[in-house]
Design a protein around this ligand. Sequence first.
Ligand code: MN
Length: 291
Amino acid sequence: LRIAVFDDYRVGLVDEGAVRDVSHAVPEPWRGTPYAVNELIEAFDDLRERLPALAASSPPLPLAGVRLHPPLPRPRQLLAAPLNYHQHITEMSVSAHVPSGLSTQQTARELGFFIKASGSICGPADAIELPRWEGRTFHHEAELAVVIGRTARAVPRERALDHVFGYTCLVDVTMRMSEGFEEERPMRKSFHTFTPIGPHIVSSDHVADVQALAMKLWVNGELRQEASTATMIVGVAELIERASAVVTLHPGDVYATGTPEGVGPIEPGDTVRIWIDQVGEMSVPVRLRSW
Ligand code: MN
């Protein structure tokens, strides 16, 4: 399944350039609210059989004619892995944007996860809006995002993928540290619109092997990032094992799995395009924030 959220927070299944409304499957009182997909995912084991028939009974709406929201507008939690690809750790260790104290020995295995504000989420029809913070640089980070399906607490890695509902594309936009500025990572990554996700959620049964997905990111058509999820340091199953030993993960929670090498600056006027094999592709413009 490919799940999209469109127009008045309707939930639809995407197929061949069209979306079919399955909002009637969303439990009341969540239908037509930003929480519709969270609740659909939570009830998915009961709904799975009904959804195809429900979709078939809805007219196909061309995707070009609807407004897409982020496929998960309001996850309860938005987790993110730092330093989860070796070559990205190497580029950061030689970057002028990183304080000299960063140890290149540290990875997501030692560091665990951090939290981005879920209010930083935006979608495929939105723009990344850069704030007016003088002298700062803002970077793109292409990432595979995991969407939690079943509540996960202290889940061993052998069973962790049973707790995954699906995947989507995510850009972890980041204000880099610089000389004299070392704000907390959660704040530098939590500005309004700094987490574009989408365009859809693809259910995990449509992804053959989550640790063998090609991923690319372009800025204005120039290829900036290209890697495979095979080179992740801590894989998806182990990320869930480790995080669920700390905090309970809920249906609809989103986990950004870290970025490979090739991060770089974005500026107003740019267009960022992310593509992940079997998962999807989206382009978002970059603007100067208007407020
Ligand atoms: Mn990141």
